[in-house]
Design a protein. Sequence first.
Length: 337
Amino acid sequence: MTSEEQMPVGAVSSVMHVRCPDRLPEEAYRRVLDELAGLSPVVQALPPTAALVELKGALRYHGTDARRLGEILRVRTLSRLGVDVRVGIGPSITVAATASAQIEPPGGVLAVAPERAAGWLAPLPVEALHGIGPRQANALHDYGIHTVGLLAAVDPATVQRLLGGRAGRLAADRARGIDPRPVIPRTLPAAATVRCAFDRQVLDGAAVRAALLDLVVQLGLLLRRRGQAARALTLTLKFAGSGGWEKTRRLKEASAHDEDLRVLAYQLMDAAGLQRGRLTAIALKGEDLVGADQVALQISLDDAREARLVAEATADRIRDKFGAGVIGPAAVFRRAS
């Protein structure tokens, strides 16, 4: 659904629910959150790809209506980040989140006025109501309750018997548009993740090492651009058949330098003991991040390390000017070719 409910003058919808594309990289998601913070100081991250925004103060500050703010957000994320978003706006979290889910990808804005919320929800299938899962929807279907309007018409006590006490009470309330939950400011945890999915199952140890080295370079560049350093790394491996392996180790000192990240990443890979495991994807996460200004500068007597750090800074400047893929370790370029 891409049509929009026009809000009459004087009506106030105070909650915005934003859905980013599936599998959006974490850094892009963080940048979307930054754009949301430019609209309102009250932003609640819902990782991995959604967020809530309280609009009451923002409407007064920007001197416009909620739908217009949604359109402004979409223009900004498209023009600045190349990311389209689906924006649902309503008088409550339930209505706003239900609205955003009704928008067909890649993006759009759907604003539901408070006085129209119940009527807008009524014809929707019960499974479209935010918070209703497949099992709950099936239980309601078994009793002939197929739309949100029918659910709203059923006595709440009956809904509680069908779905259980708390779940039934919440479903009955939300079908009527009742949802007093506030938007609670919440940022993302201090972490940065880079990922690689293989086109086919990989057994070659050299290919896996090259992919891991590429992730190390990506993660180091991401941290340095953000002015952060990692105190720990987590390596996640995905195997054919949906199996997985994950392990976290701490760095001796917080760092964003490729050399430090590479040494620990290789140690983690060695700890996995792959042998004949058929890999489908790997991910490397920098955790327990701190600002780069909080990392103590150590006087080094290792001339080789100092030379590598100078080369790293030079490579960063080249990437900033010509793009991230123009320079890097030879093993990474051999893998790409």
